[in-house]
Design a protein around this ligand. Structure first.
Ligand code: ZN
Length: 397
């Protein structure tokens, strides 16, 4: 049986309306009046109000968790709505935290919502987490995931973890006294760029629904002190084969943060730990913005050049399936094939390279430049900027 956190000695009482609202809980022997009072007394911090955070916070609010903290600094984008069901079409452009808080309060006005509209960082994590009993990690990137893990270990708060990738998900409960932490399982982050994000790799919209609900279930069990939480177990969800497997996890005695002789005793620089280097600064060279020696061009400037019939060769280095979704007629050579297909390009020509957002095309420009191509320019902001600033009929994805 899990020891989740100290239940306050004096539990808050429920009024008649709360008794009516939670009646299906109250008649469960495993919850009952005391369990519902424990839920009311509990404070849970949900990091992220995106794919995982949407179902997670919705069900925690419905269940009557008394205080729910939200951490998010992002804004609702149209591409979020396929899975982040706490946000609606009318919320596009609004801060996610505002949109989420509104929905949660509408569902259950008894719940106190605490908004932390900030990015969780090494500077603020311990201070934010200290006021909560349990943390639920709904983040989508490795630096924040390691940060949440380490902050939970250092403050002794259980971490209801979930993560998703395309059709597969994982869930566990980390950082308890008796169980392992995320670093026991993954001591080192994957090399940057190896695991694509949802924006790069895609994700089945339903998957975070499945995994977020599992996280909510674990949080409720920890609060009630009932059942067998996923402590020391990693649940693997494969939505394509619809298989659920659990792997046994052991606490690693040599774990750098929760082991016998920890080397991580305070929060570190997680961007650096995950090998993420800040993007090269844009400087002005010959009156043109330049990054790593590669001149940058805006979508509007490119349009002017094309309209003026200047000899510009547009090279698109995205994948063929992206080209199918949206293109504006560039010559397609995916970045991974560029090294082998340079003979399709003229070394003296003026070439403008683009991708979705401008990152892959910058790499392509650097590769071409290193191979003797003279007039290489990167389209800043990629086809997304083209859609925003030149031709809105080109869909954004
Ligand atoms: Zn550990």
């Amino acid at each position: 049986m899990a020891t989740a956190f100290e239940t306050p000695a004096a539990l808050p009482t429920l009024d008649n309306s709360e008794i009516a609202r939670y009646s299906r809980h109250l008649i469960l022997p495993e919850v009952g009046m005391e369990g519902q009072q424990k839920l009311k007394a509990a404070k849970v911090l949900c990091v992220g109000t995106g794919g995982l955070g949407a179902p997670l916070t919705y069900y925690l609010a419905a269940a009557g968790v008394g205080t729910i903290g939200l951490v998010d600094f992002d804004v609702v984008d149209e591409s979020n709505l396929q899975r982040q069901i706490i946000h609606s079409t009318k919320d596009v452009g609004r801060p996610k935290i505002e949109s989420a808080a509104e929905k949660l309060t509408a569902l259950n006005p008894n719940v106190k919502i605490v908004k932390h509209e900030t990015m969780l960082t090494s500077a603020n994590a311990l201070d934010i987490i200290k006021d909560y009993d349990i943390v639920a990690d709904g983040t989508d990137n490795f630096p924040t995931r390691y940060l949440v893990n380490d902050a939970c270990v250092l403050t002794g708060k259980p971490n209801a973890y979930g993560s998703i990738f395309r059709f597969e998900g994982q869930a566990s409960v980390f950082a308890t006294e008796e169980g392992p932490c995320y670093r026991c399982l993954y001591p080192e982050p994957p090399p940057p760029g190896l695991v694509p994000s949802c924006a790069e790799g895609g994700v089945l919209g339903i998957l975070p629904g499945l995994v977020g609900v599992i996280q909510a279930t674990e949080v409720i069990k920890l609060i009630l002190g009932k059942g067998d939480p996923l402590i020391g177990r990693l649940l693997l969800v494969d939505s394509l084969s619809m298989n659920f497997r659990t792997l046994k996890l052991r606490k690693n005695p040599d774990c750098p943060v929760c082991g016998k002789n920890p080397t991580v005793t305070e929060l570190i620089d997680y961007q650096q730990f995950c090998g993420i280097v800040p993007e090269a600064k844009v400087e002005i060279v010959n009156e043109r913005p330049t990054q790593n020696g590669i001149p940058q061009i805006s979508a509007t400037e490119l349009k002017q050049k094309l309209d003026a019939k200047e000899e510009v060769f547009v090279l698109d280095v995205r994948e063929p399936f992206e080209y199918q979704i949206a293109n504006f007629g560039g010559h397609l050579i995916p970045l991974g094939e560029l090294g082998a297909r340079m003979d399709e390009l003229t070394r003296e020509a003026e070439i403008v390279v683009h991708c979705k957002m401008g990152g892959r095309s910058q790499k392509a420009c650097e590769l071409l430049s290193a191979n003797g191509f003279k007039h290489i320019t990167n389209l800043s902001g990629g086809i997304t900027a083209w859609s925003n600033d030149v031709d809105p009929s080109v869909p954004k994805y």
